[in-house]
Design a protein around this ligand. Structure first.
Ligand SMILES: [Zn+2]
Length: 334
């Protein structure tokens, strides 16, 4: 018989702990409790459960019988393999190393969620929404832009010429409604809206050196429409907002929203590259060099520094513009 140790014993009938003495002959656990009552349990039936948080290590036995070790004291005579495991699990929880690994894991999960989870969901939702919903969302966006802007001051002949560029030269398979607007505050800008509408401003038309550049911008916007970028961007924003609200209870918290902000910047770049590639392919199909778009982007950057267009950036940052121009020039050289 081994040394006795003091434990808490639950007999499985009453949910009350009894102070008890535990010992073993190697095959059986011997428990003495109450007024000298003695019970035996086969040792091999005992299941070891590690200490977790404030809960002490436990031996569980059939019929809801349990033995709780006091002060995490596990007797030396308990099967060594099990005990090592027990101590390890108890140790894991206390170790900063494991806390660190847990933290890194959480960060990785969040990163994967932001990088692929939300964008993936936004992509699929944007493609599964019915046309009526797209129209509703788009109509509201269009209305908001129309309210912010004034009627176009371009001559009807000029507008007709640009419409012809879009409908007759570019000839997209799902032609959008082309809307001309004017605004001092918005400046040179273009919007691709989910209700299959493209809005371009007078300043954008004036900034273009030739019609090839306007055609390039229209092709770029058509790329945004085709890929449903503005809708995806909005859905990503909603997804991110809901996620932040769930984990922090405060979507305005700067630190917690930082990854989302960085991620959002990444989204725009990726969408711009996609729309540029679409435009470049279309220009090449028409026998025009993609350089026309690059030329226009550079002029836009020079004039405005940065521009926003719709939910996506036509020109979101200088490094991005440089990168886009570089890519377009590479495409032109092919
Ligand atoms: Zn764009």
């Amino acid at each position: 018989m081994t040394d006795k140790i003091t434990v808490r014993y639950y007999d499985g009938k009453r949910n009350v702990p009894f102070p008890a003495e535990l010992s073993s002959d190697g095959a059986y656990l011997r428990i003495v409790y109450g007024d000298g009552q003695t019970v035996f349990h086969p040792l091999h039936q005992a299941e070891y459960i590690a200490a977790v948080g404030g809960i002490p290590p436990v031996l569980e036995l059939p019929d809801d019988v349990r033995i709780e070790f006091i002060g995490n004291e596990i007797p030396d005579w308990l099967d060594l393999k099990h005990k090592t495991m027990l101590r390890h699990v108890g140790h894991f929880e206390k170790s900063w190393k494991w806390v660190g690994i847990g933290f890194v894991t959480v960060i990785c999960v969040i990163f994967v969620l932001f990088k692929w989870g939300i964008p993936g969901a936004a992509y699929h939702v944007s493609r599964s929404l019915p046309d009526t919903t797209l129209k509703q969302i788009g109509d509201q966006t269009e209305q908001a832009i129309v309210q912010l802007t004034k009627a176009s001051g371009l001559k009807p002949e000029r507008r007709q010429k640009i419409s012809d560029l879009y409908y007759k030269t570019l000839k997209p398979s799902a032609p959008a409604k082309l809307v001309f607007r004017n605004s001092k505050t918005i400046g040179a800008n273009a919007f691709a809206i989910p209700n299959n509408t493209i809005i371009i401003t007078d300043d954008l038309v004036r900034l273009a050196k030739n019609d090839h550049e306007i055609l390039a911008v229209l092709a770029h916007e058509q790329g945004h429409l085709k890929e449903r970028h503005s809708l995806q961007q909005a859905l990503r924003g909603i997804g991110t907002g809901v996620f932040l609200l769930v984990i922090t209870g405060d979507s305005n918290d700067l630190v917690s929203s930082l990854p989302a902000t960085i991620a959002a910047a990444q989204y725009s770049q990726e969408f711009e590259f996609e729309a540029d590639l679409y435009a470049a392919t279309e220009l090449q199909r028409l026998g025009l060099p993609p350089k026309h778009l690059a030329d226009f982007l550079l002029r836009l950057q020079k004039q405005h520094g940065h521009e926003e267009h719709g939910a996506t950036n036509l020109l979101s940052s200088h490094p991005l513009t440089q990168e886009r121009v570089k890519r377009l020039e590479t495409l032109s050289a092919k």
